[in-house]
Design a protein around this ligand. Structure first.
Ligand code: ADP
Length: 253
């Protein structure tokens, strides 16, 4: 994945959110993108997903401008879990397999994805298993999922899709610290040799990534491993220290 001098502002707005963003992510690399709230992290993912186009510059995947790919085949390459993912009031399998239910292997693939996302035990404990409805709109015996369980269903959906690139925007925001730790323990298994991009506001969860990119003022201002960025003593180190202090004082930010 390569961002080449990417500029972007939202339609009918004056200020650029991305102001000449440059970076390259290698095949099978695990990258974390961090930055202050509103820095433009999600915006970069929206551009990578072709929801918007850069105003200047280009985004390339495998050396080809992403807009030159056929839209459907590009979509198959990329699996994104946005912060505002949707879990529908369909069955759990329909939510995870999304239009692939006719596939004879859909149920076993659904359960394998659920295992990686950490929700296998919950689903297999339900009377109708993966055939259980989410919510009670269509079936009074449907199950009500907690925020964390919904997030795991969304993660399982991305795992099921098995695309080459996986992007997780704040993947653990709705999880409590124990569930978050469990998810991160499983992440290596979950990404399984894919190119993975995580956006995370909890900097402690970036440590496991190959590289961290810090977005600030519309450009990538710091880039390196956790240890490199800590030694550098810049904004990343400052933000990390602030979060660590806040955690220790019992007021997490
Ligand atoms: P981050 O993910 O780093 O918190 P975002 O990419 O969500 O930041 O937002 C970057 C900036 O773009 C923010 O100032 C935000 O208010 C603005 N923004 C996001 N979405 C829109 C939109 N649809 N229209 C106009 N401005 C937007």
């Amino acid at each position: 994945i390569e961002f080449r001098n990417v500029y972007f502002r939202y339609p009918n707005t004056k200020n650029y959110v991305l102001n000449g963003v440059n970076f390259t992510i290698d095949n099978r690399e695990t990258i974390s993108i961090v930055g202050r709230n509103g820095a433009g992290k999600t915006t970069m993912i929206k551009l990578l997903s072709r929801l918007y186009k850069p105003e200047k510059g280009e985004i390339r995947v495998n050396g080809k401008n992403i807009n030159d790919y056929d839209y459907a085949s590009y979509n198959r390459l990329l699996s994104v879990i946005f912060q505002d993912f949707k879990v529908f009031e369909f069955t759990i399998m329909e939510n995870i397999a999304l239009c692939d239910e006719e596939n004879g292997a859909a149920e076993s693939k659904t359960m394998a994805a659920a295992e990686k996302a950490g929700i296998y035990d919950y689903i297999s404990g339900l009377k109708d298993g993966a055939g259980t409805y989410v919510g009670t709109t269509f079936d009074e015996n449907g199950t009500n999922l907690s925020g964390g369980q919904r997030q795991k269903v969304a993660i399982a959906r991305a795992v099921y899709k098995d695309s080459k690139m996986i992007v997780l925007d704040e993947p653990t925001a709705a999880l409590d610290p124990v569930a978050e730790a469990e998810t991160y323990e499983k992440l290596n298994e979950l990404i399984d040799g894919k190119t993975a991009v995580y956006i995370s506001h909890r900097l402690s969860s970036c440590k496991f990534c190959d590289r961290i990119l810090l977005l600030d003022g519309g450009t990538i201002t710091e880039e390196g491993t956790h240890d490199e960025l800590m030694r550098r003593g810049g904004l990343y180190a400052k933000m990390f220290q602030l979060q660590a202090d806040a955690l220790l004082s019992g007021n997490p930010v």
